[in-house]
Design a binder for this molecule. Structure first.
Ligand SMILES: C[S@@+](CC[C@H](N)C(=O)[O-])C[C@H]1O[C@@H](n2cnc3c(N)ncnc32)[C@H](O)[C@@H]1O
Length: 395
């Protein structure tokens, strides 16, 4: 056992990740005990290097984070999802070195790891840190990960560590027939790390967990559209594929308000993410209201027309730490929008709240996608389906 200060902090971090449930597999725990994270975050105090927190490495000119060494609990959850076996050939998109070293431990001497980053500063830093930590057999490639790393293909596992809006064709092509890709996909304002298995020429999800990553740059960059509706700070967000959706004009929130409480009571700690995706799956005009008073920092689930807006809100429940969900509506069509949102809140509560959650498939555009709620991106079409409700409204 490594009794150095860094070794002790590493053991404590691993213990914490096991205790909170991010690490379940002893092989993943062994990798975390082995890889010296402080080498990958030079200049950072040891306590910070071994805290369960992201270490930001670079911002763009506008101040937005563009590179980091990821939070250990997210890294652990994604490695659990990836189920890397000894001997696997692994491709990582988005480098930093730390995760590549962990994957090198898991793939073992018969396996291999290639890590790709678009930013030469990142690949230089990752290469130097990997060599210093004793992982100089990790192949570090500076390229746009949208195109994978064809010269090392095929891969048994691909792990993407940057927010993606799409599944690039190269990722499917470069994956072994029974391979797995773990990718943080942003759909309707939420990012989920989804583990997809390749089945024939499409992908089927095996697990999904909420996460947050910096945005993809290069050919796969895609952004959400923020439409201001009350000055610059309050707006509604649509995905780029929702171009045809009508959006309300600036000032809609000043129109008379309608408020309906749903009777759906939740613990304050219960995540609203699956509910929000259910609403996105069933309601045309779905968007995310952001920056408005009394809405969560990640925004509130909403539906919009060209002159009206309704969004999910909450009020204290009868019991402490519980809230009741309701809907606020503004504009001439508010009554109709509020009714549709409240109906779907109640349907989700009755039929899906305690269910297995959404499942995802990804098909390349041009292939036949199954029934369900479809989100069509440039290269791939995602289908979201809910147990017992395969045919939720398509878009
Ligand atoms: C969260 S960091 C990766 C963290 C890293 N895997 C670790 O070990 O902690 C995301 C990285 O993705 C990179 N990136 C962004 N767009 C990319 C693209 N199109 N291809 C490859 N890398 C990209 C960024 O430069 C950034 O370094």
């Amino acid at each position: 056992m490594d009794r150095s200060p860094a070794g002790s902090l590493r053991a404590a971090l691993t213990h914490h990740l096991i205790a909170e449930g991010s690490i379940r597999d002893e092989r993943v725990a062994m990798a975390f005990r082995a890889v010296p994270r402080h080498v990958f975050v030079p200049g950072v105090p040891l306590e910070v290097a071994y805290a369960d927190d992201v270490v930001l490495m670079k911002r763009n000119e506008a101040g937005a984070p563009i590179s980091s060494v990821s939070q250990p609990s997210i890294v652990a959850l994604m490695l659990e999802q990836a189920e890397i076996r000894s001997g696997d050939r692994v491709l990582e998109i988005g480098s930093g070195g730390y995760n590549a070293a962990l994957m090198r431990e898991l793939a073992g001497p018969k396996g291999s790891v290639t890590t790709v980053d678009i930013d030469p500063e990142v690949t230089d830093r990752a290469r130097a840190a990997l060599a210093e930590a004793g992982y100089d057999d990790v192949r570090v490639v500076q390229a746009d990960g949208e195109f994978g790393a064809p010269d090392g293909a095929p891969y048994d596992r691909i792990v993407v560590t940057v927010t993606a809006w799409d599944i690039a064709p190269a990722w499917i092509e470069q994956l072994e027939p029974d391979g797995r890709i773990v990718v943080p996909v942003r759909l309707r304002g939420q990012t989920r790390s989804i583990a997809f298995d390749k089945v024939g020429d499409h992908l089927e999800s095996r697990s999904a967990t909420l996460c947050g990553f910096v945005c993809m740059q290069g050919a796969g960059a895609n952004y959400e559209r923020l439409i201001p509706i009350a000055g610059d700070d309050v707006g509604v967000i649509f995905d780029e594929d929702q171009e045809a959706e009508a959006h309300p004009y600036d000032g809609v929130l000043e129109q008379s308000r309608l408020r309906v409480w749903s009777g759906v009571v939740m613990n304050r700690e219960e995540p609203l993410s699956d509910l929000a995706l259910w609403l996105a799956s069933t309601l045309p005009g779905y968007c995310v209201l952001t920056g408005a008073e009394a809405t969560p920092s990640g925004g509130a689930a909403a539906v919009a027309t060209c002159d009206s807006l309704a969004y999910v809100t909450a009020r204290p429940g009868r019991r402490k730490s519980f809230v009741e969900l309701g809907v606020h509506g503004h504009g001439p069509d508010a009554g109709h929008l509020v009714e549709r949102l409240v109906d779907q809140l109640r349907i989700w509560d009755a039929h899906h709240r305690y269910g297995p959650g959404p499942e995802f498939q990804a098909h390349l555009v041009g292939e036949e996608a199954p029934a369900g709620f479809r989100i069509a991106r440039r290269h791939s079409c995602f289908t979201v389906s809910w147990a017992g409700h395969p045919g939720a409204a398509g878009s």
